[in-house]
Design a protein around this ligand. Structure first.
Ligand code: ADP
Ligand code: MG
Length: 250
């Protein structure tokens, strides 16, 4: 097994030819715990979507050697439709779809695992609750239970703690730390720099282009953060791939 869990080589991802992630290269080590930080519109969500194969690179390569089912992915809350009429237990069981098949019968083992996962996230007894009736924090616990069931090698979390209460955040950070302890590779997009510095040994800082990728101490410097902010002010929504950077008029 190679040391790298994930390699990005000169990766550019574009929407309708407008690049949102530009020429990013680097590697994630197996078992590493990495924060992705950067301003709004920096391409953080885009990067995760490309890693799971939802978006194709315009240029460059992504290598991880994993099947989609081996990658756990938690989208940003805004992208999840909670009005879907499904209960907590069935939502958690979706984490097992690669074992049971989309329309397969749910095994006794899967049910037991789902109950165990609900227990682990502090939601015992919530099985039959409709997901639409949960608080934001409770719903995030359900999605973490689903990830527990999936048993993924690589786990990608997009802003898992945004608009989540402090107690839930603490509990879910505990699960992230367990995953790290189990040798899984974990990546989380985060806005809270204290959280990044306290809980995430590695950081990828991006503002469409890579600003830094390495130990959190080396990457989250005042200089790098100022550079990220300055680049965000110059984000050009209309730039074509590899067009020379235009200077913005005042
Ligand atoms: P972040 O997650 O860092 O806030 P995103 O990856 O969501 O940033 O977005 C990066 C850029 O790509 C933004 O300019 C955003 O407007 C643009 N973008 C994101 N999704 C789409 C889409 N589906 N179609 C067109 N542009 C998009
Ligand atoms: Mg995002």
């Amino acid at each position: 097994m190679s040391e790298a869990a994930l390699t990005l080589s000169n990766l550019t991802i574009a929407y309708d030819r407008h690049p949102a992630v530009h020429h990013v290269s680097g590697t994630l080590k197996h078992g590493s715990l990495t924060a992705i930080a950067g301003p709004n519109g920096a391409g953080k969500s885009t990067l995760l979507k490309a890693i799971i194969g939802e978006l194709a690179p315009a240029e460059g390569r992504i290598e991880h050697g994993l099947k989609r089912a081996e990658i756990g992915y938690l989208p940003q809350a805004a992208e999840i439709n909670r009005r879907f009429p499904i209960n907590v237990l069935d939502t958690v069981l979706l984490g097992d779809w690669h074992q049971s098949g989309a329309f397969g019968r749910v095994s006794r083992a899967a049910l037991a695992k789902a109950q165990g996962a609900l227990h682990a996230v502090g939601l015992e007894g919530f099985d039959k609750r409709a997901i639409g009736s949960l608080s934001a924090g409770q719903f995030q616990r359900v999605l973490f239970a689903r990830l527990l069931l999936q048993d993924a090698r690589l786990i990608l979390l997009d802003e898992p703690f945004t608009a989540i209460d402090a107690r839930t955040t603490r509990d879910l950070l505990g699960l992230v730390s367990n995953w790290h302890g189990e040798g899984r590779t974990v990546v989380a997009v985060l806005h809270d720099f204290d959280q990044v510095r306290t809980h995430f040994p590695e950081t990828l800082l991006i503002a469409r282009e890579l600003i830094g990728w390495g130990t959190t101490k080396d990457v989250m410097t005042p200089d790098n953060l100022a550079r990220a902010r300055a680049m965000a002010e110059r984000f050009d929504e209309t730039a074509e791939i590899c067009a020379p950077q235009r200077e913005t008029a005042a």
